[in-house]
Design a protein around this ligand. Structure first.
Ligand code: BES
Ligand code: MN
Ligand code: ZN
Length: 504
């Protein structure tokens, strides 16, 4: 889909479909009002007859509206004007695309971007129109021999803004929205790809191909031999039960005006499949453990976004690719591993593998002398119990970084919620035989996992995002969400000093 922004007026729109909002009860939005004048009261007459109440989700498609140049006019119900929430706005946009999709219209001129969403700016309206349209239109059919036929006549949408003054903000929103949806697309595709295709090598190949697409990106790969020489024994132990060797991709994006500026480092858990190892997972829903590389997918997606936007930053994305399987050579409960940091870990459950891979990746990234490090991981079922599917879990000892991430989450509408940490939790990780155990007992599992990682990230400013509940959807709508690509992208946009006015 092609998007653009324009400061247009309704009477000049020679387009396939002109879209304006109607509030409940039967109240015309500003653009609808102009259209009504132009058509000598055609719209208000229809409303009086009761054809459209303006309730959220209602639509009315009109042809041959008097004096109007557009082939069609689509009225979209927006609910009560004062109650137009962000969610409602996005649904209204999605409804628009769905209804136009059933017509022969190839292009549309949308005035819904002029609606007032409480507390939000034109930047927000334009950017989230694009994100909502992406979300609705995304499908993953790479492995269907017969691709479901989708009729997609609609190819172009022009978003209108009420004044010329608003154009620069709308254009920035267009740029950001387009880049973020590209990142989301990349992240969703790789996450949805099955584990028999998307293995650690496949992840590494995607990391390499990103470097081919952007001159600002360079990728190198750390293989198992190099991991062994670095002493990354926890990472390697997890990988040992798999026929597919581990690869850790290092994606360097360098575009800071000061080339020596310390990098921001993103580390993604990239378990392309997590069977649980000898502490085998139950069969039910095990297929969804192909999504255990959602952290790596979102890091890859975020790297794509910043490369698209050419942000003036130095960022390093690390994809910690690995597979957790059962095998005669697999690591066992009771094994004691010496991590790259020197700390020893007693494995009490081979299904708590993400933290073992990440602890060595977190030690590895010390070599970049980072400004800060954020790891992103589908780390614990406990996080889903704590927060459900709507908020990612955030753990950080650093209030500034935590708050920056929470504001980015809020701005990007990719929510996160901070969980506590503290010495009490650290005590849950005591082992009789090693420095640490890899599990902390039943209670507070998302926190003890984060606290485990905190032992390996003491040398820099660090935060951890547990995306176990947010990276994919189960059930009928099973599929990757691409989260937290929007959160990470927003955080990096903010870091780059590019200001985007999200609130009105
Ligand atoms: N990848 C899983 C976490 C997970 C489980 C994410 C379900 C989403 C849905 C992780 O490797 C894992 O297995 N964690 C264990 C930890 C436990 C053994 C302490 C878990 O959450 O059960
Ligand atoms: Mn596991
Ligand atoms: Zn896992």
């Amino acid at each position: 889909m092609e998007f653009s922004v324009k400061n247009g007026s309704v009477e000049k729109q020679r387009t396939g479909c002109l879209v304006v909002g109607v509030y409940e009860p039967r109240r015309l939005s500003a653009a609808a009002e102009q259209l009504d004048k132009l058509s000598d009261g055609y719209l208000s007459a229809l409303l009086r007859k009761g054809d459209l109440e303006g309730k959220a989700g209602q639509t009315l498609l009109l042809h041959n509206v008097p004096n109007v140049l557009a082939d069609r006019v689509l009225l979209v119900g927006c609910g009560k004007e004062r109650e137009l929430t962000e969610r409602q706005y996005k649904q209204t946009i999605q409804k628009m695309v769905q209804v136009i999709g059933d017509t022969g219209s190839t292009e549309a001129s949308c005035f819904l971007t002029e609606l007032h969403v409480k507390g939000r700016s034109i930047y927000w309206n334009v950017r989230f129109a694009i994100e909502a349209i992406h979300e609705q239109g995304y499908t993953y059919n790479d492995f269907k021999s017969v691709k479901p036929e989708v009729r997609r006549e609609l190819r172009k949408i022009v978003f209108n803004v009420a004044s010329r003054k608003e154009l620069p903000l709308a254009e920035q929103a267009l740029e950001h929205g387009k880049a973020i949806t590209k990142g989301l697309f990349e992240a969703k595709n790789v996450a949805n790809c099955p584990a028999n295709v998307c293995n650690p090598k496949y992840l590494a190949d995607l990391a390499l191909s990103l470097a081919e697409q952007y001159s600002t990106v360079k990728t190198t790969i750390v293989d198992e031999a190099e991991m062994a020489s670095l002493g990354m024994n926890a990472y390697l132990a997890v990988s040992r039960g798999s026929e597919n060797p581990a690869y850790m991709s290092i994606i360097r994006y360098a575009n800071h005006p000061d080339p020596k500026a310390k990098p921001i480092v993103l580390v993604g858990k990239g378990l392309t499949f997590d069977a649980g190892g000898l502490s085998l997972k139950p069969a039910d829903g095990m297929d969804e453990m192909k999504y255990d590389m959602g952290g790596a997918a979102s890091v890859l997606g975020a790297m794509k976004v910043i490369a698209e936007l050419n942000l003036p930053l130095n960022v390093i994305g690390v994809l910690a690719g690995c597979e957790n399987m059962i095998d005669g050579n697999a690591y066992r409960p009771g094994d004691i591993l010496t991590t790259m940091s020197g700390l020893t870990v007693e494995v009490l459950n081979t299904d708590a593998e993400g933290r073992l891979v990440l602890c060595d990746a977190l030690t590895y990234v010390e070599c970049f002398d980072p400004e800060l490090v954020i790891d992103v991981a589908t780390l614990t079922g406990a996080c889903v119990v704590a927060l459900g599917h709507h908020n990612s879990g955030l753990i950080s000892p650093n209030n500034t970084l935590a708050n920056d991430l929470l504001s980015a989450a809020e701005q990007a509408d990719d929510k996160a919620w901070r969980l506590p940490m503290g010495e009490e939790y650290q005590e849950q990780l005591k082992s009789n035989f090693a420095d640490l155990a890899n599990i902390g007992g039943r209670w507070g599992g998302a926190i003890t996992a984060g606290v485990f990682l905190s032992n390996f990230s003491k040398k820099y400013t660090w935060a951890h995002l547990d995306i176990a509940g947010t990276a994919w959807k189960s059930g009928a709508a099973k599929g990757a969400t691409g989260r937290p690509v929007p959160l990470l992208s927003q955080f990096l946009i903010n870091k780059s000093g590019v200001c985007c006015k999200i609130v009105s």
